[in-house]
Design a protein around this ligand. Structure first.
Ligand SMILES: [Zn+2]
Ligand SMILES: [Zn+2]
Length: 307
């Protein structure tokens, strides 16, 4: 007897039946959060207690001009980075709820056009939202899961995530400059001390007693600062690319272009609001009004997949 071929619907339901619906462990997110918070607090302490006094110390042992401004700048960078991190981390507004559908389709029990049914959350989710197996929620306009904040970047926190990347970038550039000038003062890079700047040989020089604990500590810290600098520059650049194209990272990967707006400025407005709101967000780390609600999306008439 010939076996009947399973239909697509049957294959899909079989796939969902076998799927593990349990939330995945957030081990990478925990490691990312610990690394970030460790770097944040050690950098501000190192900056205020060791690097800035050393940087502004003149040859006669006096503190030079601009020291207090530099201290204020450090504290301001610390507060902005920490508060924008918190605003990205605290992403409850991004979670898809049952009310979102009932607000637009109060009587329909069917999945509306463009929406999808999430078998894990057991509810209909709006266009552009996707289920995150780490957060275990459907996230509005899901862009990516951020391991440094341990939460998804989506409709309501993409702006704070970008501002967070900007502050991490400024902070790490300034910190790397101070760390390098601290080391360069005592162990000039252009002398026979150049080998110290490679972490392994630096560590060897510490073990044989040629350099102090503070010097090797700042060298390792400088390496971690440079890694953070590279990551923040990469994510900031990538966010600018996808936002200007009116896509999320997921849509860029899948080449989905139906939600992009024709003008680049409109794509930026969808994420950042108007210019004044964005400039305010850059200075004041508050959650401010966004132009839409992340649920309703207009498909541009001429936008087609792959164009
Ligand atoms: Zn879901
Ligand atoms: Zn997530």
């Amino acid at each position: 007897m010939q076996r009947r071929q399973a239909t697509l619907k049957e294959k899909l339901s079989e796939h969902y039946r076998k799927r593990d619906f349990k939330a995945k462990k957030q081990t990478a997110s925990t490691a990312g959060i610990v690394f970030f918070l460790g770097m944040l607090f050690t950098l501000v302490l190192e900056g205020l207690v060791v690097l800035l006094p050393n940087h502004f110390m003149t040859e006669d042992g006096e503190i030079g001009p601009g020291y207090r401004w530099a201290q204020l700048f450090c504290v301001w960078l610390f507060l902005e980075t920490a508060l924008n991190w918190y605003n990205t981390y605290y992403d409850i507004a991004n979670r898809v709820t049952k009310e979102m559908k009932s607000n637009y389709y109060p009587v329909s029990s069917e999945t509306p056009p463009g929406w999808k049914n999430c078998p894990t959350c057991m509810m209909d989710a709006p266009p552009r939202s996707y289920h995150c197996t780490l957060c275990n929620h459907c996230i509005l306009k899901r862009d990516q899961h951020c391991f440094v904040t341990g939460s998804c970047v989506g409709y309501h926190n993409q702006r704070t995530f970008v501002v967070f990347c900007i502050y991490v970038l400024i902070s790490t550039v300034y910190a790397a400059y101070l760390q390098f000038s601290y080391l360069n003062k005592m162990l000039p890079f252009t002398s026979h001390w150049a080998s110290f700047y490679f972490p392994l040989t630096g560590l060897w020089q510490y073990l044989i007693g040629a350099v102090s604990f503070m010097q090797i500590f700042i060298l390792i810290h400088l390496c971690c600062t440079l890694v953070s600098l590279g990551l923040s520059a990469f994510f900031l650049f990538w966010q600018m690319v996808v936002i200007s194209r009116g896509q999320t990272s997921f849509e860029a990967w899948k080449q989905i272009m139906i939600y992009r707006r024709r003008a680049v400025l409109d794509n930026f407005r969808d994420v950042f609001g108007d210019l004044l709101t964005f400039l305010l967000c850059l200075v004041v780390p508050l959650r401010m009004h966004l132009p839409g609600d992340g649920v309703k999306w207009v498909i541009e008439p001429k936008a087609e997949k792959g164009h």
